[in-house]
Design a protein around this ligand. Structure first.
Ligand code: NAI
Length: 411
């Protein structure tokens, strides 16, 4: 494709996403009117694809200058990145398939523009700020973090007194994790796996590692596609939930022998390792939907292998002698590295939260540390989403309110 065609394709993808993100459209309208981000610079490291581009446009509509890098080298869509870069007040430094050096250079270029507010998916910008670009910290009003793994890392920094800026844990808004992580990952992980493998899920043993918000979405949709689902966990409560939701629960050392297809969703490392590869069935397929590519031990798999070949676009087959193991998208998060990411309607809620939290940071002086998304913003997103879906719900009567909150209003 020529550059012009790529930009056209990016614009088309953005328009489609924009038309399916009604809550973000409401936020954008307000931003256009009130310009709450006027004079501010927002630096971002997010998956650069169409829904993110709609968030970037929204922030620019609010008066901000926005610069963005990717947060994963395989999730950038170049056509969208190029289309974004043509917009006024927007710089996009993301490119598909770049190596680690270029990846971190792009993050540096975002920081070179001296952002007042950051938005991360995995905390890369914040780490760089704290490790190498500390001179920029005094200028920072605050940041927003999109995902569970990023928030784990930020809490760890806060605990050690190392976090030198306020950060809002956008992932932990109810209108984020209950929908994006569960229904978003549930659908888009299977979208990525199915379009890449073109194989049947029905009748397969699908092993889901981790029964958190992402894992339960992936398990639920696997069941819907006709798989027999096995869950592995380390948390007794979540293991019990998985069992009572109807799935088999066992240790990975057992599940490894039974699985036809594995999806890791733990946010932890070393979930599938050499001991598991050696007992897997010939032809087993592995995918990761957790944030970093550390859930499948790719180094161990490579060193066990006698040969590696591409067997289909984005699938590598590792021949470990007595069995072949297939890995989708190099073990990087499968819904974005092998698909288009979450559906637009679900990112509508996540990114409306992001935009509202950026405004909250701009308008309030927050103290250093990890902050919750203000309850009223979370509720606003839920109400607007319901409205956009044409759904009305009941309201408490004053008698009900008294009954629920007091002890004197009768039985
Ligand atoms: P969560 O904390 O709700 O769930 C993770 C689960 O994994 C927990 O139940 C935990 O007990 C379990 N776990 C941890 N170590 C384990 C081990 N060794 N074996 C088995 N289970 C283990 O987290 P959530 O929100 O489900 O996120 C999971 C990962 O997915 C994170 O890295 C997050 O950043 C990422 N994520 C990815 C998305 C995507 O688009 N692919 C979207 C949202 C989150």
């Amino acid at each position: 494709m020529t550059e012009k065609e790529l930009i056209e394709s990016g614009n088309m993808k953005m328009e489609w996403a924009r038309n399916h993100m009604p809550v973000l459209a409401i936020v954008r309208e307000k931003f256009e009117e009130e310009k709450p981000l006027k004079g501010l610079k927002v630096g971002m490291a997010l998956h650069v694809e169409a829904k993110t581009a709609v968030l970037v446009e929204t922030l620019a509509a609010g008066g901000a200058k926005v610069s963005i890098a990717g947060c994963n080298p395989l999730s950038t869509q170049d056509d969208v990145a190029m289309a974004l870069d043509t917009r006024e007040n927007i710089h996009c430094f993301a490119k598909y398939g770049i190596g680690s050096k270029e990846y971190y250079e792009a993050i540096d270029r975002v920081l070179d523009l001296k952002p007042d507010i950051t938005i991360d998916d995995g905390a890369d910008l914040i780490f760089k700020l704290h490790k190498e670009r500390t001179d920029l910290l005094p200028n920072i009003l605050g940041g927003c973090e999109e995902t569970t793994t990023g928030i784990h890392r930020l809490h760890a920094m806060e605990k050690e007194g190392a976090l030198k800026m306020p950060v809002i844990a956008v992932n932990d808004a109810k209108t984020k994790y209950l929908f994006d992580n569960r229904y978003g990952t549930g659908q888009s992980a299977w979208d990525g796996i199915n379009r890449t493998t073109n194989l049947l899920v029905a009748g397969k043993n699908v092993v889901v590692a981790g029964y958190g918000w992402c894992g339960r979405g992936v398990a639920m949709r696997a069941e819907g596609l006709g798989a027999s689902v096995i869950v592995t966990e380390i948390d007794p409560i979540r293991a019990l939930e998985a069992r009572m939701d109807g799935y088999r629960v066992m240790k990975m050392e057992e599940a490894a022998k039974l699985g036809d297809l594995f999806v890791t969703t733990t946010g932890n490392r070393d979930i599938l390792t050499a001991e598991h590869f050696q007992v897997m069935q010939d032809g087993a397929i592995l995918a990761n939907s957790g944030h970093f590519n550390v859930e499948i031990d790719m180094d161990a798999l490579a060193s066990l292998s006698k040969s590696v070949k591409t067997v289909r676009n984005n699938i590598k087959e590792y021949d470990i002698g007595n069995r072949r193991i297939n890995v989708i998208a190099e073990g990087r998060l499968v819904n974005l590295a092998a698909g288009d990411g979450h559906p637009a309607e679900v990112m509508d809620m996540s990114f409306a939260n992001q935009a509202l939290c950026v405004r909250h940071i701009a308008e309030n002086k927050l103290l250093n540390g990890v902050h919750k998304v203000p309850e009223e913003l979370d509720m606003f997103v839920a109400k607007m989403k319901l409205k956009s879906m044409g759904i009305s719900i009941d309201e408490l009567t004053s008698t009900q309110e008294c009954y629920m909150s007091g002890w004197e209003c009768g039985t």
